[in-house]
Design a protein around this ligand. Structure first.
Ligand code: SAM
Length: 213
């Protein structure tokens, strides 16, 4: 993995996220290591280690670091876990998942973002499977997944994503209206039984697609 400048700012961000309640040390360590500034335009580099979302073009954002950390922590992923991400965006959360040892599949609906993140992740030495498509339908060819993380706000939980969970797997998805969403974590307990927990509120860009907005 490419090491680069801003290490002091990255350390401060990682410490801040731990102070804000992120308990998974592997998540904190990935945030400490991954150069977030390289996922945004160089005009924004000096702001890349503030705990804020930043624009990445096409009215989309790289999520706030706390949000990335919280969603990743809620996946409770094991090394080698097969994870599907909906909304590649800048590629940053995908990098966090790869850095933690997951085998990552990620879908982005905007071609320009898909291509830019593919190049960025490849340059950094990560090898996720990426495609440009409507992620509300999941990625059936590689299902089932140990975890699915949706990084855009959904009006309802898309049924295809639930269907593509492995037994024991978790779907982490923000659900609500266009102004705010609660984080839902759906665990497939057995083939036919699911447990659902609802966590704190967030504000995401909309999940747009056949089973989204
Ligand atoms: N994980 C991203 C990151 O680290 O930069 C977050 C990106 S942003 C908050 C959410 C992304 O979801 C946007 O890039 C948006 O285009 C994408 N998106 C929205 N609806 C989608 C869909 N149905 N399928 C795939 N991507 C979608």
């Amino acid at each position: 993995m490419i090491k680069s400048k801003y290490q002091k700012q990255r350390n401060a961000l990682a410490d801040l996220l731990a102070d804000k309640g992120i308990r998974d040390d592997r998540v904190i360590s990935a945030i400490r290591d991954i150069p977030r500034h390289t996922f945004v335009d160089s005009a924004l580099w000096t702001r890349a280690y503030e705990d804020i979302a930043l624009p990445i073009g096409l009215d989309q954002t790289i999520s706030q670091p706390y949000t990335v950390a919280r969603q990743t922590e809620l996946l409770e992923l094991q090394p080698g876990a097969k994870i599907l991400e909906i909304g590649t965006g800048s590629g940053y959360q995908c990098a966090v998942l790869c850095e933690m040892g997951a085998k990552v599949y990620s879908i982005e609906r905007h071609k320009a973002l898909h291509e830019r993140s593919r190049e960025q992740l490849r340059d950094m030495g990560y090898r996720p499977m990426l495609k440009c498509d409507d992620g509300t339908l999941g990625w059936g060819a590689y299902a089932p997944y140990d975890g699915i993380v949706v990084t855009a706000g959904a009006p309802v939980v898309p049924s295809d994503l639930v269907a593509q969970l492995a037994v024991g797997g978790k779907l982490v998805i923000p659900v609500g209206d266009s102004t705010s969403q609660k984080m839902h974590v759906i665990t497939r307990v057995t083939e036919d039984n699911f447990d659902e927990k609802v966590y704190e509120g967030f504000k995401f860009v909309p999940l747009i697609g056949e089973k989204g907005w």
